[in-house]
Design a protein around this ligand. Structure first.
Ligand code: CAA
Length: 250
């Protein structure tokens, strides 16, 4: 297969300036995609965009709080005007607000559900009709090992991440005959700022639970995204692919 077999395709990666997001953007661009991403923090993202340009990657960036439906509606229109119809959507943006339930404020619950789960509805709703009408599309939801097994201090995050895969399975049924696949990837602990923000003693205990003996690399997630967007992956839909170093086997 041609190494740039996605030439002309448009990919939207939400939260692309984060650790896993950056690797996904780069891998999709390497396959020939025109890549767009959304951001909430303009300074951070403009700096990221300049750094990426210095490395030969031209990513289009659009202001959008994916927790807000109207933002997604506007951003998707802007992206399609600037880049063309969206063929690939990677719902990658996400946040943590860890606390045990007894200490969890309502805001911590709602913020995490809105940013991690409402966002999947908000953005997918904008692109799914176009994909089914054109007869080709790839939707990939970046969930988490903690949506599969639960995690101390993450009632909010584990609920949102488990919910993402429910969404994947339902939508996969609705789009199966229209050339659009919908899949979940569930990364384990990947060496990103989000994981490094976990207090060191807790992190050390988590590392002990990973049979491979290390945290994952962002490229190891992006690699599976490129696998799922391949034209040869049209029979994979509604799946939840774990990438966790053996920490949780199903
Ligand atoms: N299992 C059972 N008990 C535990 C425990 C665990 N894993 N961890 C702590 N406890 C116990 C403590 O021993 C303590 O017990 P005592 O009260 O009897 O002494 C009690 O729970 C502490 O409870 P608190 O509510 O006071 O906890 P805290 O406020 O000190 O910290 C926390 C809670 C902030 C959630 C902290 O445990 C933490 O940061 N955990 C990490 C959570 C995590 O893994 N987040 C992942 C972020 S990265 C990510 O999410 C990416 C991805 O997709 C993988």
């Amino acid at each position: 297969m041609n190494e740039r077999h996605l030439e002309g395709r448009v990919a939207l990666v939400t939260g692309g300036a984060g650790g896993i997001g950056t690797a996904i953007c780069m891998h999709l661009a390497d396959l020939g995609c025109r890549v767009a991403t959304t951001y909430r923090n303009p300074e951070k993202t403009q700096t990221w965009q300049r750094q990426m340009r210095d490395n030969g990657y031209d990513f289009a960036i659009f202001a959008c709080d994916v927790a807000k439906y109207e933002d997604c509606e506007r951003a998707a229109k802007e992206i399609e005007q600037h880049c063309g119809p969206i063929d690939i959507l990677v719902n990658n943006a996400g946040i943590t607000r860890d606390a045990t339930l007894k200490k969890m404020a309502r805001e911590q619950w709602h913020e995490v559900i809105a940013a991690n789960l409402d966002s999947v509805f908000n953005m997918t709703r904008q692109v799914v009709d176009g994909m089914t009408e054109r007869g080709w599309g790839r939707i990939i939801n970046i969930s988490s090992i903690n949506g599969q097994k639960g995690q101390f201090g993450q009632c909010n995050y584990a609920s949102a991440k488990a919910g993402m895969h429910g969404f994947t399975m339902a939508l996969a049924l609705e789009t199966a005959r229209k050339g659009v696949t919908v899949n979940t990837i569930s990364p384990g602990y990947i060496a990103t700022d989000m994981v490094m923000a976990v207090p060191e003693p807790v992190r050390a205990k988590i590392l002990e639970q990973i049979p491979v003996g290390r945290f994952g690399e962002t490229d190891e997630i992006a690699h599976v995204v490129t696998f799922l967007v391949s034209p040869h992956s049209g029979f994979i839909t509604g799946a939840n692919i774990p990438i966790n170093g053996g920490q949780h086997m199903m």
